[in-house]
Design a protein around this ligand. Structure first.
Ligand code: AMP
Ligand code: ZN
Length: 142
């Protein structure tokens, strides 16, 4: 692949080019999977496409099928190797959603009963048609 697929200022692009080290778990032509340096739990890994795009909305077609296959293959291996009894697969888009590294990636986070990683809090819809109205608004811009 051409080097123009990378951004010289991006930490994940530097990892993909071998300019800074990572602890790799799996690699294909299109993806690298390596351990997160600050894991939510030990074994927390990141699936990173070998192309600099910021968010999932910027990713070209054609990555989906292999991405799911890698989630399943590496995710199961992490669970087996760590003894995890659960796994979160998470992906943040833009800073307001908690994205710290602006190169799209998926988190594989092994989970254990009572590990203290809490789910986010929930909200409610107002009585009446707020839920249906919002669904209609979303469908209208699909
Ligand atoms: P996000 O907040 O979704 O952008 O996640 C970025 C993740 O990248 C965080 O969990 C960081 O711990 C992780 N990270 C940042 N730099 C490195 C690095 N050099 N090697 C491995 N993981 C990293
Ligand atoms: Zn990048």
């Amino acid at each position: 692949m051409a080097t123009t697929q990378y951004d010289p200022d991006c930490i994940f692009c530097k990892i993909l080019q071998g300019q800074i080290p990572s602890t790799s778990l799996f690699e294909s032509d299109a993806f690298l999977v390596f351990l997160d340096i600050n894991p939510a739990n030990r074994g927390h890994a990141l699936i990173v496409p070998k192309r600099h795009v910021e968010t999932v909305f910027d990713l070209p077609e054609g990555y989906g099928e292999e991405l799911i296959a890698i989630m399943r293959k590496v995710g199961k291996a992490i669970m087996k190797a760590t003894g995890a009894t659960g796994m979160n697969i998470l992906q943040n888009n833009y800073a307001d959603a908690g994205q710290a590294v602006p190169h799209v990636h998926w988190h594989l986070i092994p989970r254990f009963a009572g590990d203290g990683l809490l789910p986010w809090s929930t909200k409610t819809y107002a009585d009446g048609d707020e839920m249906a109205s919002l669904a209609g608004k979303i469908r209208s811009v699909l």
